[in-house]
Design a protein around this ligand. Structure first.
Ligand SMILES: C[S@@+](CC[C@H](N)C(=O)[O-])C[C@H]1O[C@@H](n2cnc3c(N)ncnc32)[C@H](O)[C@@H]1O
Length: 277
């Protein structure tokens, strides 16, 4: 990490946790995401994955939720080949490389200025890729985006760092900007937020966690009535669990028997929106 930016805040530095998780997954025999770019960035930045213990214990969850969010983007682009993709809190994720959209798609990776500066050094920027250095909570950055095209918006690992008013404002600002689209992100239940603040493996980000979490996947529909829940993906029930090591597979399959238990693990929630008239 030191070679990239020694001055990252804990929220910014959290990108290394997910980056290392995807890198470690890519080195497994039964990799879920095959994100070799993550592994290359880890090597180029001299990042020691052992500095992020939760990256090792959580690598399958991290890789699987990224895979599900990649799928949301791919499916949307297949129907809307002229769409806009927005990745909120993109960190050093190479989602655009994994999804490989056609040149008709414009892709916006949004993150805080120091992270975007690191991104410019470490990731390729094809003509249809736009790196936006902004605080998601400061809505003026949305004005840079086209207003007349459908959009698919994802946030992988961001929501926990946004206080509820900022998250609600961002969701409202985005749905008001585009004619139609989808928003998907990994959910943080109240239990997750508690765990992030108390689990030793994530204590580096404990103070940066600003969202209280939400247990009901319909809650975002109340924050923004333009959103309609399309899907709650419970990762415990994903087919990829069949490739987990024995003990983890059994524990995950047990959790999969109950929706409430599954929500204690990782979920991905997907919403649709469309402007009226
Ligand atoms: C856990 S990391 C996830 C990064 C990336 N999505 C991934 O999966 O590797 C959270 C990211 O959110 C970014 N972030 C946190 N608060 C933010 C804000 N207010 N505006 C923009 N980005 C933010 C951090 O800088 C960091 O890159």
């Amino acid at each position: 990490m030191a070679t990239t930016s020694p001055t990252f805040t804990p929220a910014e530095a959290s990108l290394f946790l997910t980056l290392c998780g995807r890198a470690l997954d890519s080195r497994q025999e039964h990799s879920i995401l095959h994100d070799t770019t993550a592994s290359e960035i880890v090597e180029r930045t001299g990042t020691n994955t052992a500095d992020y213990p939760h990256a090792k214990t959580g690598m399958r969850d991290i890789a699987l939720r990224a895979k599900k969010l990649d799928g949301v983007v791919r499916d949307f682009i297949a129907v809307h080949p002229n769409s806009v993709v927005v990745d909120l809190g993109a960190g050093l994720d190479s989602r655009m490389i994994r999804v490989d959209p056609p040149s008709t798609v414009d892709w916006y990776d949004v993150d805080l200025p120091k992270v975007i500066a690191a991104r410019r050094k470490l990731l390729p920027q094809p003509a249809n890729a736009h790196f936006v250095a902004a605080d998601v909570a400061d809505l003026s950055w949305i004005d840079e985006l086209p207003t007349d095209r459908p959009a698919v918006i994802v946030a992988d690992g961001l929501v926990a760092f946004l206080a509820q008013p900022a998250l609600t404002a961002a969701l409202r600002g985005l749905t008001a900007h585009f004619p139609e689209g989808e928003i998907a992100f990994n959910g943080y239940t109240r239990f997750h937020v508690w765990a992030l603040k108390h689990y030793k493996g994530t204590n580096s980000i404990a103070d940066a966690v600003a969202n209280p979490g939400f247990d009901d996947p319909h809650a975002p529909e109340r924050w923004n009535p333009d959103l309609t829940l399309v899907e709650e993906i419970l990762l415990s029930r994903a087919p990829e669990v069949a490739g987990y090591p024995l003990f983890m597979r059994l524990a995950t399959r047990l959790a999969a028997l109950s929706t409430a238990w599954s929500r204690r693990g990782t979920t991905v929630v997907r919403y649709r929106f469309a402007r009226e008239g």
